[in-house]
Design a binder for this molecule. Structure first.
Ligand SMILES: O=P(O)(O)O[C@H]1O[C@H](CO)[C@@H](O)[C@H]1O
Ligand SMILES: [Mn+2]
Ligand SMILES: [Mn+2]
Length: 389
């Protein structure tokens, strides 16, 4: 009997364009495959042992003859390529309507209301890369004290401010004000606080980033597990992505390695249910920054910690490693890419060398979690429990 599922989202590690990638302007994107190509190889011995290289059509990682785990990939049903859409689908929701995006910036009535409520004007109001926009407008921000408001191809309203110019608590209050405004017609998926420190030319963003999400519109597998008195532990930004819904305990982490460390700590504890970890550095520090070398190194670093994760697992645990969308660091622009996600499953009671094939929705993960934990499912997705146990 499975008592615990450890679900790792390697944020943005897609494995190749989806059939509808053209509609998203992402033809040819392949986060893992193109990193391996660009960097002339990638060393992921532990993920390989589990079966990462055996996934149908995967590029950049060689297959092994007898993988220890089960492996496959999945299509995304929801029409989006952002973190929220991806995680919600993994947790058993399909979004029928994509979240609203703002390629021309936010409408005047929104910005007027926002500025009047925060008592300051604002800068930018356009799509941008977060590191570029603070370099561009940081000095003006210092002079005026106005926060920098920007968006991207994702459904986000991001507020950047220097921690000495706008204290963190005030920045978070501004986010809450924006959250109240951006509902209904303007229900943007996330309001994000993007604090930074340093001097012009040397600004760095801090780990005091905070995301203010929407509530998932329906029950997720997390809500169902919580209702059945299981533990649902969110590590990293999981709590933010679900706006706390369905989470019984959460810890925020400053980077990937701390995320892995905290997950191992939870594995050693006596809990049952779901440990759900998001490792965001792949996306925020390397994917959006188009840093293929950094991305490769971060993947190799994660891979090197895999044996510690596996050793911390108990007999009734299963590990699922997956992703939420792509973010090919060799691709044009700085945005996410519409891709297949990998699914690798391991556990003392999981069959070796099973190909779960190409799943039709990320929600198959939620359906399988429900099935193995013996709780109701969300009605979306198909369980592959029978293939792996
Ligand atoms: O360029 P930065 O500020 O890292 O922003 C990126 O991070 C946001 C949220 O994950 C995305 O929407 C993307 O725009
Ligand atoms: Mn993401
Ligand atoms: Mn991102």
């Amino acid at each position: 009997m499975i008592k615990r599922v450890v679900l790792f989202v390697i944020d943005s590690v897609g494995i190749g364009e989806l059939p509808d990638a053209i509609d998203f302007g992402d033809l040819g994107a392949n986060t893992l495959g193109n990193i391996a190509k660009d960097q002339e190889g990638i060393h992921l011995p532990n993920l390989k042992k589990l079966g990462l290289g055996n996934i149908d059509g995967i590029k950049g990682v060689d297959p092994v003859s007898a993988p220890l785990g089960a492996f496959g990939k999945s299509l995304e049903v929801s029409q989006g390529k952002d973190t929220t859409t991806g995680h919600w689908e993994i947790a058993g929701l399909h979004l029928s309507k994509p979240f609203k995006t703002y390629p021309d910036g936010f409408p005047k009535e929104v910005m007027d209301l926002f500025e009047s409520k925060i008592g300051r004007k604002s800068l930018a109001n356009k799509p941008a890369s977060g590191t570029v926009i603070i370099d561009e407008l940081g000095e003006e921000h210092f002079k005026t004290g106005y926060p920098i408001v920007y968006t991207s191809a994702d459904s986000v309203f991001q507020i950047a401010a220097h921690e000495d110019v706008i204290p963190l608590e005030e920045l978070y209050t501004m986010c809450k004000i924006a959250r109240e405004i951006m509902m209904g017609d303007h229900a943007v998926a996330r309001i994000i606080a993007r604090p930074f420190i340093g001097t012009p030319g040397n600004f760095t963003r801090t780990s005091n980033r905070r995301d203010f999400s929407l509530n998932p519109p329906q029950e997720t597998v997390l809500d169902i597990a919580k209702k059945h008195e299981l533990d649902v532990i969110g590590v990293g930004k999981i709590e933010d992505i679900f706006n706390g819904q369905g989470i019984t305990e959460a810890i925020h982490t400053k980077d990937n390695m701390e995320g892995i460390e905290e997950t191992i700590n939870y594995l050693h504890k006596n809990n049952k249910g779901i440990i759900f970890t998001n490792l965001v550095d792949f996306d925020s520090k390397y994917g959006h920054r188009r840093d293929a070398k950094g991305y490769k190194q971060a993947l190799e670093e994660m891979d090197s910690r895999l044996p510690d994760i596996m050793n911390a697992m108990k007999k009734e645990d299963i590990l699922i490693i997956t992703a939420d969308h792509g973010n090919d660091p060799t691709y044009k622009g700085t945005d996410h890419t519409r891709e297949y996600i990998p699914i690798v499953i391991y556990g003392p009671s999981i069959k070796n060398n099973v190909n779960i094939g190409t799943r039709k929705t990320f929600a198959d993960i939620a359906a399988t979690i429900s099935d193995v934990l013996n709780i109701p499912n969300t009605g979306k997705g198909t369980s592959f429990k029978n293939m792996i146990i």
